[in-house]
Design a protein around this ligand. Structure first.
Ligand code: PGA
Length: 242
């Protein structure tokens, strides 16, 4: 069975005062059935990992460089993330593909670096609204999967997140049929059938249970709703119940 994972992506949000939300989350969900992960900005990685010690909360990074170290001002290596307490790293998020022109080849190289550092890579794929309107969703998503997932990826070192670009931060979600169509296609295409498949894009307490009831959805990558312990906690409870 693929592992169930509720992953939060804080993006460029969060100051030290916001760690209180994680204290509240840990207190409310001391022993969830699913894995519970928050990927805070790099500035909060070590303090969040410290406060998560002894709890079920996992922490992760939002990106890493392909190299282990060197002259790359402003970048972080996978080893540095692991050293700060990360267990996972989000790679190829559509905001990085757009803002930093990251290609699938680069994402694949980053995923190899993450694996060498012992991190699980959460590799994101997803179509734009124009691509969906043009009827190319499956072609785009499966193409990104093929090119972004390195050889040797398996359920132990890789998670796939399907995030339609037009659903991220917009409050709009695909229909359940649209999510199921992509997740069924991903399940058939991933190199290891046990790989966890997350849905991401405007997941909220109000829609999580319906999304988690779909056969090939093993969890969620949650942006806005992961910033508040009460909202993320409700999503964790929905995943536990699924
Ligand atoms: P959202 O973001 O939940 O705020 O739509 C999801 C993501 O980008 O990972």
């Amino acid at each position: 069975m693929p592992c169930k994972l509720a992953a939060g992506n804080w993006k460029m949000n969060g100051l030290r005062a916001d760690l209180d939300e994680m204290r509240a989350l840990i207190a409310a969900h001391p022993d969830p059935d699913c894995r519970m992960l928050i990927c805070p900005p790099a500035t909060l990685l070590a303090p969040m990992a410290d406060l998560a010690q002894g709890s079920r909360l996992l922490v992760g990074g939002q990106d890493c460089h392909t190299a282990k170290r060197g002259a790359h001002t402003g970048d972080l290596s996978a080893d540095m993330l692991a050293d700060a307490g990360a267990r996972h790293v989000i790679l190829g998020h559509s905001e990085r593909r757009a803002d930093h022109r990251e290609s699938s080849d680069l994402v694949s190289a980053k995923a190899r670096a993450a694996r060498e550092a012992g991190l699980t890579a959460i590799i994101c794929v997803g179509e734009t609204e124009a691509q969906r309107d043009a009827g190319t969703t499956l072609e785009v998503v499966l193409g990104q999967l093929r090119e972004s997932v390195p050889d040797g990826a398996n359920a132990g070192n890789t998670v796939i997140a399907y995030e339609p670009v037009w659903a991220i931060g917009t409050g709009r979600t695909p229909t359940l049929e649209q999510i199921a169509e992509v997740h069924d296609a991903l399940r058939a295409a991933v190199p290891d059938a046990e790989m966890s498949l997350l849905y991401g894009g405007s997941v909220k307490p109000g829609n999580a249970a319906d999304i988690f009831a779909l056969a090939n959805v093993d969890g969620a990558l949650v942006g806005g709703a992961s910033l508040k312990a009460s909202d993320f906690g409700a999503i964790i409870a929905a995943l536990d119940a699924a």
